[in-house]
Design a protein around this ligand. Sequence first.
Ligand code: SF4
Length: 256
Amino acid sequence: MGIDLNHGSGFVYGRIGHAISVSDRVNALIDAALVARNRRQTPRDYLGGSRIGEPCVRKLVYEVTHTPKDEGRDFDGAILRIFDAGHQFETLSIRWLRGAGFDLRTERADGGQFGFETAGGKLRGHIDGVIVAGPDVGLRWPVLWEHKALNAKSWNDLVKRGLRASKPVYFAQVQLYMGYLELETALVTALNKDTEALHHEMVAFDPPCAQALSDKAVDILRAAAAGELPARIAAAQDFYLCRMCAYAERCWEGER
Ligand code: SF4
């Protein structure tokens, strides 16, 4: 019996003779649809609280002013699938917490997200939820609730070192949220995407930290409005944050 290599194997052949599997073709379509959906979304015209802990203020000004990223540095299908999965994991954690008796509110009566906005709407935060009542676990309600879905390595590091040391951007996010929402405590639920293990860290409000973050936001918004670019975070482009930065080419243009 002959084998039809073009049709019976699940492979087709590209113009240069390489096999393109059915899987690759389906994935290309999925990722193209995700990228198209992402491009249709209206870009934020404000500084989000989830970004305030980013260490490079210049990068935050690029983000707030919608400066185009370097070529090929927009979110691709792989990262967009990770974002989508994070939302699904969050839905699961909400269900599990509510099932355990925690009164976790995640939406306003009109279906919108809880949050805050200030500086004429130029600084905003959208929270995952607030627990207003629940079993006695040593917390005084209400508490801000934030959820993070992490891979095993990142989750283990968080469990070992705590939010402040392990995830400073998330720590800054919850501090700013607590500051503007006048909450004294946050509960950060971290889900291990490999095992579905859960870790819950209580984070106390740190007023000087929240104030410093609020001041940082004002400086960023002022610079953005004035068309100014703050100093770079590093003296050379090979600094580890610059190597990962989607604005590195633009940022260091003319410096090499
Ligand atoms: S390349 Fe470096 S200095 Fe420039 S915006 Fe990015 S992180 Fe900041």
